[in-house]
Unconditional design. Sequence first.
Length: 351
Amino acid sequence: MTTMTSPAALVTGGVDTHRDFHVAAALDQLGGVLGIAQFPTTMTGYRSLLAWLAAFGQVAAVGVEGTGSYGAALARYLSVSEVTVVEVGRPNRQVRRRHGKTDVVDAIAAARAVQSGEATATPKSHDGPVEALRALKMVQRSATKARTQALNQLHALVLTAPEDLRGRLHGLTTRALIATCAGFRVRADDDSLPAMIRLSMRELAQRIQLLQTQKKTVTARMRSITTALAPELVAKPGVGPDTATTLLITAGDNPERLGHEKSFAALVGASPIPVNSGQTQNRCRLNRGGDRQANSALWRIVIVRMSSDQTTRDYIARRESEGKTKSAAIRCLKRYIAREVYNALPKQATA
């Protein structure tokens, strides 16, 4: 039987999350394991997990893995219950090789990452309009990918189609090709090769049309949400609803958790990484970490400004005259734009 500590004792929790259950560990102030337990991923399970931790003493903080997936609901419940939640990444691979991989080991590692200060990030809240944007963005990306795949398949069918059909479709624009194939008629009792080719073309073309409609629908909703949520961000040169959505998703519904624009720059991979050692000083390397989709959004903003904004063109020219390559100049500009974006995040969230 587990020996209960004094109610005044501070307890740190760690949770290894899964789809159907979570494994929790309770640690005392010295890092000693007080207990291990498993809870279902239901509201009753979340209440039981918090009550179980509180039975050991005052809950100082809880480290949760996967706060953007399996642990999202638990993180929300703990935050509403006024418990400090810390986002914990996957355990270090070297540590995992030494100690193996089990749910218990991961739960204990999550708690110790909080106690050591290795894990300090506040998770996204996933409870507001940015979470709605994330769902819309998911549909947009999948629709774009599926449309490209279907369009490539349609072009491939045209190349190998019977000569009379290929001659009819060859040279058409993409829009005309889709419209023509979508209107093909095939008799239900005709299973010949030409009929099946036309049937396949029709189904692909109609799929493309459906995906295009889905993209227009979600893009329109993304535009309305971003304009209402972050009008200052959308008004920035080179920032459209798509790039604004990507950057808002990276910041989350609670961007105040970032604390400083430097944190946001690191989150989007725009902050340079120092590589000073020995006689090598004042040198930085390219940051290949962070959210690469957000980093790509910054790059698109730079490219748009380079083609339409004279101030940006002057900046790139000045940097190149100082000996920097165009790529290095663009990286410098992405860092400045990351600061602009952070300062333009929703005021109600950053206040």
